[in-house]
Design a protein around this ligand. Sequence first.
Ligand code: FE
Length: 129
Amino acid sequence: MDKITKTEEEWKKQLSPEQYHILREKGTERPFTGKYYLHKEKGVYVCAACGNELFKSDTKFDAGCGWPSFSDVIDKSKVVFTRDTSHGMIRTEITCAKCGGHLGHVFDDGPEPTGLRYCINSASIEFEK
Ligand code: FE
């Protein structure tokens, strides 16, 4: 995959302040506030920063946690998994493999068949029909 490298200035120009904070500074939107939390249309969710196709709508489910949740990623090569020990928790952070943007975290309490829950910020993704 071709990687995208931009300066922080370039990202600031391209992204909204909220998107910049979440994607580039590993922020988290408040639960139940994101535009895709209850979104149910059929399509694909791409990285809001670079357009990398990440999740299909048929893997989206309501985990009750307040963020868009997916049971699988389109392809494991689309994201990078990193151990995150911040905030006194041990979690696995998910970043976009193409632009390095922070997407959210993955937990192992999701539905079958993967058993995974990709907990993703709405601000980090865009929906495409
Ligand atoms: Fe990206």
